[in-house]
Ligand binder design. Sequence first.
Ligand code: PMP
Length: 427
Amino acid sequence: PYSGPSAAEILAKRQQYLSPSMHCFYQKPLNVVEGKMQYLFDDTGRRYLDGFGGIATVSCGHCHPDVVAAIVDQTRRIQHSTILYLNPAIANFAEALASKLPGDLNVVFFTNSGTEANELAMMIARLYTGSHDIISLRNAYHGNAAGTMGATASSSWKFNVIQSGIHHALNPDPYRGVFGSDGEKYAKDVQDLINFGTCGNVAGFMSESIQGVGGIIELAPGYLPSAYSSIRKAGGLCIADEVQAGFARTGSHFWSFESQGVVPDIVTMAKAIGNGIPLGAVVTTPKIAEVLTRRNYFNTFGGNPVCTAAGLAVLNVIEKDKLQENAHVVGSHLKNRLTSLMDKYEIIGDVRGQGLMLGVELVSDRKLKTPASAETLHVMDQMKEMGVLIGKGGYYGNVFRITPPLCITKEDADFLVDAMDHTLSKM
Ligand code: PMP
């Protein structure tokens, strides 16, 4: 049994010693002390179904035994900086990761986070093209360092950053966007930005294929092929940010960009890549990777032996435990059940997403799409009391984000929906 400090004591320490910008979920924050696969346990031993572990990087399941074994084994052998010496872990994982990507996307740079991966991707695009302008989407989240905070496009996540060379295109958001589900119309805005906001040449374009932080927004069909075509005509590189939606989460594909039928020039990833271990990566082609021979790109821990040993174990578990198939089967069932709640509850304005990356948007008026933000918090709190944790997101904080570990079962999915159904029925 747990014998550490109480939740109240931890909260007090956090308020005194940690950043005031850190927020916890729930009126009464949870003290999570253990995790096992799709479940989390609090300090009283109570079990919760983790419907939001995906955000916190867990793809295979909390403390998956194979991943833990790989980490422990490598920690016992050697943990060191990535640079200076050879080590098998980084090379083996780079090879395995490259084999998961299409075309000649087979040169890997490792980082410690998604932010670092996107910073590096933006730098590579700028070096390769000799241009500076980068187009990203409104409502995107790409990171919180100098360049990526510029590419991130939501006031919630920006300080007074100098947004050098970034242009934000209309978001191809089928629910709230001005052109509905017409991807090509939104893509015309990318061409307009190139024509009217730049010298005609750009360094690149960066986007998620399903926006995570932004509230599980699937890009309107046909958007990426058309946007990529404009970018490439302007000499730019296309960067796919797979930090949240990659690694089998969308079920139908291993990478989320694949559902739009495109092949990017650079792919960035993090979170699920290490099942909870800090790791990120940029994958590109040999020709593009060449630009980093001009200087040293130095990253003390990016791709260190322990993290890359974990990464290799994750790829093996996704295969062995058939997690992509599970994300597809259980995710489709979960989405169908959530969608059927729309018939019962006016407050559900939209249900969307793919595989185990699903969103449920709450609105107080379906026609006006008025965000029901307070109700969203209330439902999350009530579901927690029933033993189900889900996340939230979107600019207005009115979208449930349901991104469980990929090992969730159909029974778990039913339990999650029943808890939501019960809560909504009491409102
Ligand atoms: N890209 C996307 C799509 C993300 O969701 C995030 C994190 N929420 C990042 C990049 C940044 O990753 P990190 O927090 O690891 O820096």
